[in-house]
Design a protein around this ligand. Sequence first.
Ligand code: 13P
Length: 251
Amino acid sequence: MRKPIIAGNWKMHQTPAQAKALAQEIRAGLNQTVLSEREVILCPPFVDLTVVEEAVRGSGIGLGAQNFYPKEEGAFTGEISAPMLKELGVTYVIIGHSERRQHFREDDDFVNQKVLSALKNGLKPILCVGERLDEMEANLTEKRIETQLTGGLKDVSPEGLSSMVVAYEPVWAIGTGKNATPRQARDVHRFIRGWIAAKFGEGPADRLRIQYGGSVKAENAASLLTQPDIDGALVGGASLSADSFLAIVKY
Ligand code: 13P
């Protein structure tokens, strides 16, 4: 049985004071019963990690980072390493988000370096894949995802995969209010699991959690997250309000 994992990607929102208040409110809305059934992860900006860690400490809510640089240390002005994140209590890191692919030109090779560095340093990668609108319209969804999985998971062992999460986020559904239909999402999730099974074997594929992301809201969470092969959500905009995020966690 795969435990659903709901992660809030706060993107570039929330000052430390705002982040602290939001994390406290989310914590107050979750009890041990919910947290025994759902894994809940908050992914604030780097500068908020310390206050969010303090706010959720001991609750069972996990902490994720939105990015890092795949070297342990060195002359990389402005960058943050995996060991730095680990020391702050971070356990997950989002890698290959479409906003980083688009605005920061991160390609599959760089994404792969991050996956391998995260695994080496004991962080759990949330590897994001997803097609653009033009690719979806040209029926290239599976081809695009296959390329991203092949590149992103290069040299990853089955043991490495066992600490990973994959997030399917169709680019055309992110921040647009247009979510994939439950059927569309289910089909792509099934494709991803099949691809993983062919490469890593049935067992690892069966255990891998695959999140859906892209305009997940309280209103559509249940219809998406009850689909076979959908094991949780990576939530952007709706994770910035405790009410809507909690409603999604408790879908
Ligand atoms: P939205 O939920 O705002 O569409 O963002 C999804 C996302 O990019 C999560 O990583």
